[in-house]
Design a protein around this ligand. Structure first.
Ligand code: SER
Length: 306
């Protein structure tokens, strides 16, 4: 796409903040950040305060700023979702519906939306979980992500709308916004950095797939630029960087000279983590548009500590 005019919803979250930093450096790209919260520090791009469920207001912004591309990040994550499943469905699915309907009406050229490993359920292939398999998610977050994945396919066939999607594992970055099950990893690194003890809410051996934020941003941009004229592309593509347990992260931090003290006090998030796969198969992303992660655990942690 040339002359991109991008609107981001949920722009003050983990993905939004990193995407703004990356897009700010690009030429011929206008970015309008939107969020239900107000930024603490001034952003490098324009900002509008908006609830992603407010269709009229979003529509007026799309028109006013001549938007031709949307990244829809507004969502309630897995752990917070369990505290209010009805609200979580409303925010996650109905905001998706609002954004897609506006994208169709205003002929938005491309829409990005992140799915999650939460779409998988406990009963299926915890190791190298296949791209396509029966899915029975046990969180409202997973249910809402899976429903929206199905809607991507449906809207593509019905309206030929170009929605692109990654199925994300836990994302490591320096921005902690909160509410997720994989957040322990960010919290532990921050505790190590601040030389304070950390109480981890997952058991030491709980293994989950992870990826570093720079690889996610690279993947989003590769996927959004990919030429899909010759093959089907209605999947939400699995991607992962490396596998991680709290114990492995603790050991990595110690190896890097941060003698972090980790206590374990597991809570309801353990059950969520146990319902997700330990690793996922991301061969299709490699084959279709060249997904190649650059960050392993050591490099990710080094970057987060710096
Ligand atoms: N990071 C998300 C969460 O823990 C999973 O996609 O909710």
């Amino acid at each position: 796409m040339k002359n991109k005019r991008i609107l981001i919803t949920g722009a003050l979250g983990q993905l939004g903040l990193a995407l703004i930093r990356a897009l700010s450096k690009q030429e011929n790209t206008y970015v309008l950040a939107t969020d239900i919260n107000i930024p603490k520090d001034k952003l490098s791009v324009d900002f509008e305060h908006v609830n992603a469920l407010n269709k009229n207001r979003l529509e007026s912004l799309i028109t006013k700023y001549e938007i031709n591309c949307i990244y829809h990040f507004a969502a309630i994550l897995s752990a917070n979702g369990e505290n209010n499943p009805f609200m979580s469905w409303d925010v996650n699915v109905n905001s998706f519906q609002v954004v897609v309907s506006l994208a169709i009406k205003h002929k938005i050229q491309r829409l990005f939306w992140p799915s999650s490993i939460a779409v998988y359920g406990r009963d299926k292939n915890p190791i190298n979980a296949p791209q396509q398999v029966d899915m029975n998610p046990l969180t409202i977050y997973g249910v809402s992500k899976l429903a929206s994945e199905k809607l991507i396919m449906y809207y593509h066939y019905k309206y030929n709308i170009d929605i692109r999607s990654l199925r994300l594992p836990g994302v490591l970055s320096s921005d902690l916004v909160g509410g997720g099950t994989t957040d322990y990893a960010i919290e532990m690194v921050q505790a190590a950095k601040n030389r304070i003890p950390y109480t981890c809410f997952l058991a030491p051996q709980t293994e989950l797939p992870m990826v570093y934020i720079d690889d996610v941003i690279m993947a989003m941009q590769q996927l959004m630029e990919a030429d899909f004229s010759t093959h089907q592309r209605t999947h939400s593509y699995n991607i992962m960087g490396f596998r991680l347990t709290p114990r492995k992260l603790e050991n990595q931090l110690k190896k890097m000279g941060f003698p972090v003290v980790v206590n374990y006090n597991i809570d309801y998030r353990q059950q969520i983590a146990e319902s997700w796969p330990q690793t996922i198969d991301d061969q299709l992303a490699k084959k279709d548009w060249g997904w190649t992660p650059k960050f392993d655990l050591k490099r990710s942690v080094k970057r987060m500590l710096s």
